[in-house]
Design a protein around this ligand. Structure first.
Ligand code: NAD
Ligand SMILES: O=c1ccn([C@@H]2O[C@H](COP(=O)(O)OP(=O)(O)O[C@H]3OC[C@](O)(CO)[C@H]3O)[C@@H](O)[C@H]2O)c(=O)[nH]1
Length: 386
């Protein structure tokens, strides 16, 4: 492998990375990238490894010896400190991060996103180890514009909706709205890390992903996850399409999101890993401001793309409206609109997303169809117990 250079033309030394949550959606793509394109070593920590199994077996793989899986629940495992100490850099991805859990398991959500993350910050700080912490775009909550009257011309002014790391406020709903414990826990751990940086000199980078999507995201209920489970929107809509059911639009599907292809986003994370001088002390939005749609438009586009990749005809009624109470239960609330400002990541790391929403949906839904269509057909053909 040719020597890798950083953005300032210096050779990059091979490093050991302790990656917590390596078995999840983002972790699996990051491990794949690090194994295929870099000389770095990964200590991969998670309670599951299904999504990275391909990288772990067999021993003849070109990167064998550079990735080690440790089945660890960071809530209670004394091996964690030793693994942080062995590494040059710790990346913490571990979290409960599906909205269906926030209002139904708020305590688990707070523990997972704040309490369980505390020892990781402490071990990094005490041992002078660099930390990359995965936060979320959800720390911004709702836009300022959403509080303006519906017909206010200011709603069209980007100052009222574009989300900037260093100036936008974090606006959450009331305590009864249990959508927000996740965002609030993520915000508090960001503040703690920032304070460790200021008071104890911790070298940190905080990543705020804006709806990264692609293959291996979440699960398909009843196939590789619980039948009653509710994953994030990409997997919910994929499941509906694969089962030939209408896509469910929560509260009319009026909320807006910007979606970025996982492979583009992973490029940004690799730049952070390999350019510590440019990434330390920063909070980065990582998203694609050009890929904005309402959830209703996302459903329409996914239906069209799925029809193309599967060759199956479109349903007569491809979507239905459901209330958030019916879909998520009491206490659900939503972010209205999420457009990332890209100034900081652009200036520090020169990163820009490349893939259009249509193209990323085409490659992702091709993967979903190839991976799940047969299994779903078989499971739907099975007689159900009466
Ligand atoms: N995917 C996105 O668009 C997105 C958006 C915003 C924020 N994030 C953040 O990025 C991170 C990764 O997200 P993801 O989409 O890959 O989610 P994911 O659920 O696929 O991955 C999280 C992984 O953490 C592991 N984990 C959770 N608790 C653990 C524990 N106690 N011990 C060990 N492992 C544990 C899980 O088993 C899972 O494999 C999360 O912190 C999430 O909040 C992701
Ligand atoms: O079947 C469905 C499922 C969802 N929706 C609506 O889609 C919007 C997006 O939902 P989702 O992808 O589940 O998650 P969010 O974008 O709301 O939140 C995530 O953003 C980042 C992260 O931190 C981690 O991924 C997480 O909190 C939403 O409006 C749903 O109501 C639907 O209509 N139908």
């Amino acid at each position: 492998m040719a020597a890798r250079m950083d953005l300032d033309g210096r050779p990059i030394k091979p490093m050991t990375i302790c990656m917590i949550g390596a078995g999840g959606f983002i972790g699996s793509h990051l491990c794949e990238k690090l194994m295929a394109e870099t000389p770095h070593k990964v200590l991969a920590l998670d309670v599951y490894n299904d999504k990275i199994k391909r990288l772990l077996e067999p021993d003849s793989l070109p990167w064998a010896g550079r990735i080690e899986f440790h089945r660890i629940n960071i809530k209670h495992d004394s091996r964690l400190e030793g693994l942080v100490k062995m590494a040059d850099l710790t990346i913490n991805l571990a979290a409960i991060c599906t909205p269906a859990d926030y209002n139904t398991r708020p305590l688990d959500t707070i523990y997972s996103n704040f309490i369980d993350a505390l020892p990781v910050v402490k071990y990094c700080s005490e041992n002078s180890k660099r930390l990359i912490r995965f936060s979320t775009c959800e720390v911004y909550g709702k836009t300022i514009g959403s509080f303006l009257p519906k017909d206010s011309p200011l709603r069209k002014d980007p100052a009222y909706y574009v989300l900037k790391e260093d100036t936008s406020p974090c606006i959450f709903g009331s305590i009864e709205k249990q959508r927000w414990p996740y965002a609030c826990a993520k915000q508090l751990i960001e503040r703690l890390i920032y304070a460790e940086g200021a008071e104890s000199g911790l070298d940190f980078t905080i990543v705020r992903p804006f709806n990264w999507i692609g293959p291996r995201m979440d699960f398909i209920p009843g196939i590789d996850g619980p039948s009653e489970g509710v994953p994030r929107v990409l997997a919910c809509f994929s499941n509906n399409l694969l089962r030939r059911e209408p896509l469910k639009l929560v509260d009319g599907g009026q909320s807006q999101r910007t979606f970025v292809y996982i492979k583009d986003a992973i490029e940004a994370v690799l730049l952070m890993i390999e350019n510590p001088d440019r990434a330390n002390g920063h909070i980065f939005n990582v998203g694609n401001p050009n890929n904005e749609v309402t959830v209703r438009q996302l459903a329409e586009m996914m239906t069209q793309v799925y029809t193309k990749v599967s060759g199956e005809p479109m349903l007569q009624s491809p979507s239905i409206d459901v209330s958030s109470k019916e879909f998520y239960g009491e206490g659900y609330d939503d972010s209205d609109k999420r457009i990332p400002d890209m100034t900081i990541i652009n200036k520090q790391l020169g990163w820009n997303p490349k893939t259009s929403l249509w193209d990323l949906l085409e490659s992702t839904l091709t993967y979903q169809y190839r991976t799940y269509a047969e299994a779903i057909k078989k499971s739907m053909a099975k007689p159900t117990a009466s």
